[in-house]
Design a protein around this ligand. Structure first.
Ligand SMILES: Nc1nc2c(ncn2[C@@H]2O[C@H](COP(=O)(O)OP(=O)(O)O)[C@@H](O)[C@H]2O)c(=O)[nH]1
Ligand SMILES: [Mg+2]
Length: 371
């Protein structure tokens, strides 16, 4: 039997991994391939899983830790998907604050499961506005040094760097960023794409499908700095049930909530990495809204909008920012109280968690493909 392909789509929080993965899935499905998607988070209640389900793909969610620290769940998820949908391609999205994926995921998969899977090259997506700041090409708020360490390590281990969201850049900024990435990370091939418009995606997809991951030794990673950098990010995940007598505009609700949260957080000036929410009405109509904010000084935007007003449903809130997680929780709870009151909505928490990611402790660390 032919080996299934196992493809990791990496990149920092908010870079566009989920959007790209859904596009990639559609591209493969159109070519007659069966696709299974795998999402991942440090805790449960994932907006990404709702988005991928909404796109109609079979999905498994690995929660409670990153792929590297829950390596066995990565193969277990693939086996479950295999039983259900027999995919010949698995697309997996690691947590956006993780790095060292070559040594903790790619090479262990190759060494231990090489008969089952053909491992694709490691792609790392970047949001160009964030990358221009972190590479020092443009001024603007960025993360502190240790968070940037994680960001740069992701790029250092990338085989393919994809400058995503090219629709946001003019030609000058595009080539500045491309040149800087080539110079700083010479081992990687650099692609320009927009997961939103579709521009440039096919060239990257074709490359990912054609080649197997290379065998370059994984870069050295200082796990103390990595752990400290990752733990500077606060995490909040919440799932809420909303209900009201008279229908409300869910799109407007999400936008108001995002603005309110940003307003409440403003005095503390935390850098938001990714603030993501989904709103799914209870009736099985397939309608969904999703809101994203990928930087404190960026604008919240709806990547999916509801077609109709709604009466009740499920709200998922995933917020990651360089902040005390307690503050994030407070900002969500206070903002939710204010905005639901404005719309006369009853809001009941189903699940809430706030924390800093624990020190990464990979199940395997294999710095090379061969022993
Ligand atoms: N302008 C623009 N926005 C994009 C593009 N790709 C993704 N986004 C947006 O970036 C935000 C984060 O995307 P998502 O796929 O959730 O990122 P992830 O955290 O890496 O999975 C969402 O609002 C997306 O709609 C793109 O090519 N252009
Ligand atoms: Mg995602």
């Amino acid at each position: 039997m032919a080996r299934a392909q196992y493809i990791l789509i990496g990149g920092f929080l908010g870079a566009g991994k989920t959007t790209a993965m859904v596009r990639f899935g559609a591209y493969l499905a159109a070519a007659g391939r069966r696709v299974g998607l795998i999402t991942n988070d440090q805790s449960s209640g994932l907006a990404d899983t709702r988005i991928v389900e909404h796109a109609g793909f079979p999905v498994r969610e690995i929660t409670g830790g990153c792929f590297c620290c829950r390596f066995n769940s990565l193969t277990a998820a693939a086996e479950q998907l295999a039983a259900e949908a027999a995919p010949d391609v698995f697309l997996a999205e690691p947590v956006g604050s993780c790095t060292d994926l070559r040594a903790s995921v790619q090479y262990p998969l190759r060494r231990l499961y090489g008969d089952n899977y053909r491992i694709g090259p490691l792609s790392v997506l970047v949001d160009p506005v964030r990358a221009l700041r972190i590479l020092g090409l443009e001024p603007g708020k960025a993360f502190s040094r240790k968070v940037q360490y994680v960001y740069r390590k992701q790029l250092e281990e990338a085989e393919l760097i994809v400058i995503n969201k090219c629709d946001l850049l003019d030609a000058t900024r595009r080539s500045q960023l491309e040149d800087a990435l080539h110079a700083a990370f010479p081992a990687a091939e650099v692609f320009l794409a927009s997961a939103r418009t579709g521009a440039g995606l096919e060239r990257w997809f074709a490359r990912v499908i054609d080649v197997e991951s290379d065998a370059r030794p994984a870069p050295a990673v200082d796990y103390d700095t990595y752990a400290e950098g990752e733990a500077l990010l606060g995490w909040f995940n919440g799932t809420f049930r909303l209900e009201t007598r008279s229908p409300f505009d869910g799109n407007r609700f999400l936008l108001q909530l995002a603005h309110q949260v940003r307003h409440v957080l403003a005095p503390a000036q935390p850098e938001i990495a990714h603030f993501k929410m989904t709103l799914v009405p209870s009736d099985e109509g397939g309608d969904m809204a999703a809101l994203n904010l990928v930087g404190t000084d960026r604008e919240p935007e709806l990547s999916h909008a509801l077609e109709d007003d709604m009466r009740d449903g499920e709200l998922i809130v995933n917020l990651r920012a360089e902040s005390d997680p307690e503050r994030l929780r407070g900002a969500i709870i206070d903002s939710l109280a204010a905005v639901t009151a404005r719309h006369g909505i009853a809001c009941e928490p189903v699940h809430m968690e706030h924390f800093r990611p624990a020190r990464p402790s990979p199940t395997h660390r294999m710095a090379t493909v061969e022993t």
